[in-house]
Design a protein around this ligand. Structure first.
Ligand code: KG4
Ligand code: ZN
Length: 337
């Protein structure tokens, strides 16, 4: 089975073709980062309009890259939610219409399921069951995964997502949007031992997260310590260390609690080098395994949607013609495959 995947939930237009036998055949990505940079964040209406401009050319490019004709496509998958409603509607309308015109089934994919399954685009694929730490710009979740669509949410953020905390702290440090990767780069020049950030919610049991306090702590630290380059790098270092440490403590707890030995991390923040390295060390100590998506598939992309859609279409799950975008859509409400 060969599936065209469409991602338009936020500020990236991602298109890909995944084939059950040949694997990923093509993927195209257009990032709107420059469009939103002046505003310091994503402007929903601008995002929708830019998806409209880019989606058809990117579908054509992905089809050409895969040397694929519409007859060779067996189904269309589009991100149905969660995300910005206008942005979602672009992908959903185009995806649903194309499937109708081509006489093929369509399926709506949950964006976070796409992230969660992204490591399966490469070998070795993680075997079920495993613990998944999903860390993106909009969500932070610890999930027990028994199979596709069999998700138990063990914990999530009670306020800001991890990526959001990176972006907001980066903004305080005067970095451009989205600041997560830029803050990580600045942290590379930082020295340890200058600042000590808290590790929120690690002193009590449970697997929920809270990151908004770190941003306030960063604001106060910046205010009290001036803003020469080395101080800023040291603050970035201490902030990143605190986020990574907090995520690490919660992962260790989730593995202990469930007795599982496999860990998957996905979502934009899973591109963070420090996080990947520290989790690799943890899993080595625990004699377990850790899986991440390749770096380009950590942040939003069409490949993960094509893959998740492939799995669901294979299981016969098809979306009706009256399908709607779902800006809010709980991950644990999905049907099992
Ligand atoms: O998964 P994603 O592309 O979009 C959402 O679904 O939200 O995640 C984007 C988030 C942004 O907050 C971005 O700053 C963060 O991932 N991010 C990083 C890194 N690369 C992306 N955060 C820390 N370190 C990175 N290297
Ligand atoms: Zn995402």
């Amino acid at each position: 089975m060969r599936v065209l995947g469409i991602e338009t939930s936020c500020d990236e237009t991602g298109i890909a073709i995944y084939d059950g036998e040949l694997g990923l055949m093509s993927h195209q990505l257009y990032s709107q980062v420059k469009l939103h940079a002046d505003y310091g964040g994503v402007v929903p209406e601008l995002a929708s309009r830019d998806h409209v401009r880019k989606i058809v050319p990117l579908i054509k490019a992905a089809m050409a890259e895969a040397h694929c004709t519409p007859e060779q496509i067996d189904g269309v998958a589009f991100t149905q939610g969660p995300g910005l409603v206008g942005a979602l509607l672009v992908g959903a309308s185009v995806g649903r219409s194309l499937a109708y015109a081509w006489g093929k089934p369509a399926v709506g994919v949950h964006h976070m399921e796409g992230h969660l399954l992204a490591p399966m685009l490469d070998e070795p694929k993680p075997e079920f069951p495993f613990i998944a730490l999903l860390v993106s710009g909009g969500h932070t979740m610890m999930v027990k995964v028994e199979g596709i669509g069999r998700y138990e949410i063990l914990g999530e953020s009670v306020d800001d997502a991890a990526g959001e905390a990176f972006d907001k702290t980066a903004k305080l440090l005067g970095l451009d949007y989205p600041g997560g990767p830029l803050l990580a780069k600045l942290a590379d020049q930082g020295e340890p031992g200058h600042f000590q950030f808290p590790r929120p919610m690690t002193d009590r049991p449970g697997l929920d997260f809270s990151f908004s306090g770190l941003k306030t702590f960063a604001a106060n630290t910046i205010r009290d310590n001036g803003n020469d380059h080395q101080t800023q790098a040291n603050i970035a270092y201490a902030f990143q260390e605190a986020v990574v440490d907090t995520l690490l403590i919660k992962c260790r707890r989730a593995l202990e609690q469930t007795g599982l030995k496999r860990l998957v991390i996905a979502g934009g923040v899973s591109a963070n080098k420090e996080l990947r390295q520290k989790l690799a060390e943890l899993m080595k100590k625990q004699r377990g395994q850790v899986f991440y998506p390749r770096t380009e598939f950590c942040t939003d992309n069409g490949a993960m949607i094509a893959y998740a859609g492939y799995q669901r279409l294979l299981a016969g799950q098809i979306e009706g013609l009256s399908s709607k975008a779902k800006p809010r859509w709980p991950l644990d409400s999905l049907p099992p495959v």
